[in-house]
Write a protein that binds this ligand. Structure first.
Ligand SMILES: *Cc1c(COP(=O)(O)O)cnc(C)c1O
Length: 370
């Protein structure tokens, strides 16, 4: 069996360091907003060439607080990708604003800058591009349009730890960025965790206050805040795992290169990497017109796969109230019918990668008879 994702190896590789980090926190007597969170914030910001990082409890809260810091609220519109994980949309809804979906570029699955202007109205407050699957959205044209229309930009960088765009890391390309350290992300905690990063000290300060009950000084509350803090244990674990991020992303890049080299000519649509993009390969997503059949075949051959995502947000019952017509976002709907994510994690061995490739080759040879 080749699992789609296997996380225990990340712990086993770093067991000595992680166990020591956990013991340090346990013995310190400090469990919320202490030295580990502060150190992780500084180290994560430095690793992505951005000035400020504020540790939070998960990626969804990071998106929510990021939008609040930008001043997004009831009556506003926020432009979001039509194909993303629903968290991107939920954060907009939490603020009282309305998510306005824009279709992706088919080749990259990321929001299409050429379609942005048509979606801008007098109510538009912000654009929320997602670096989907670990490849950066095309930020230069997005920022150019945002500046021209005086819109704010929040990057959803949940899948993009270590992703580079034209030589720069994601996380400092817009006004503010939201990160998730959910266990399966490229940098993952062993529980829920998240953060924002920004180069703007005012935005960082706003999030810092919002995450802690709207309070700067204990029992003095200047705004109606939240409890969305990163905890000391997860911060200590993340500090250890951050030291491996580049090495583990390189490993993902090697796996992606093997897939790309050996899956040509089999009737699949393979991921495309435009000039200047250096994806962190959070996911390796292929497309196939008989996706469900291929997934079933691979499952029987012992290869675990997942679909990111089976249903776009506008087709979820949660968003029935937006009355977005089925078929009004055809690119996104087609993508959702055809995408399949192959096994991708740093501890996947070269032999396992070749087994996945062999299974897909067998499928494409047998397919005319199926
Ligand atoms: C994982 C993810 C989130 C949410 O992160 P959580 O930590 O699970 O709340 C948001 N957006 C995208 C694109 C994600 O992949």
């Amino acid at each position: 069996m080749i699992p789609f994702l296997e996380l225990k190896s990340t712990y086993l590789e770093l067991k000595t360091e992680i166990d020591a980090a956990i013991a340090t926190v346990m013995e310190s007597g400090y469990y919320i907003l202490g030295p580990q969170v502060e150190a992780f914030e500084a180290e994560f910001a430095a690793s992505h060439d951005v000035q400020y990082c504020v540790g939070l409890s998960n990626g969804l809260d990071a998106l929510h607080l990021g939008l609040l810091a930008l001043g997004v609220g009831p009556g506003d519109e926020v432009i979001v990708p039509s194909n993303t994980y629903i968290a991107t949309w939920l954060a907009v809804t939490y603020t009282g604003a309305t998510p306005v979906p824009v279709e992706p570029v088919e080749a990259t699955y990321n929001i299409d800058p050429a379609r942005l202007e048509a979606a801008i109205t007098p109510r538009t407050k912000a654009i929320l591009p997602v670096h989907l699957y670990g490849q950066a959205a095309d930020m230069d044209p997005i920022m150019e349009i945002a500046r021209r229309y005086s819109l704010k930009v929040l990057e959803d960088a949940a899948q993009a730890q270590g992703t580079r765009y034209k030589g720069r890391y994601t996380g400092g390309l817009g006004d503010i960025a939201a990160w998730s350290f959910y266990p399966g992300k490229n940098l993952g905690a062993y529980g829920d965790a998240g953060a924002i990063t920004t180069n703007d000290p005012v935005l960082a300060d706003k999030v810092r206050v919002l995450r802690n009950y709207g309070s700067r000084i204990k029992y003095v509350n200047e705004t109606v805040g939240y409890n969305t803090r990163l905890d000391e244990l997860q911060a200590a674990i993340l500090r250890v795992k951050l030291t491996k991020l580049e090495e583990w992303n390189d490993r993902r890049r090697k796996i992606a290169a093997l897939y790309l080299e050996n899956l040509q000519g089999l009737g699949l649509v393979l991921p495309q990497v435009p000039e200047g993009h250096e994806p962190a390969w959070h996911l390796f997503v292929i497309r196939h017109p008989q996706r469900d059949d291929l997934q079933k075949y691979l499952g029987q051959a012992g290869v675990g796969t997942l679909i990111h995502y089976p249903m776009p947000p506008h087709m979820q019952e949660a968003y029935a109230g937006l009355n977005i017509k089925a078929s009004s976002l055809p690119i996104s709907e087609e993508i959702h019918r055809e995408v399949l994510s192959l096994p991708m994690f740093p501890h996947l061995t070269e032999e396992q990668v070749h087994q996945v490739i062999a299974a897909i080759r067998r499928y494409s040879q047998e397919q005319p008879n199926r």
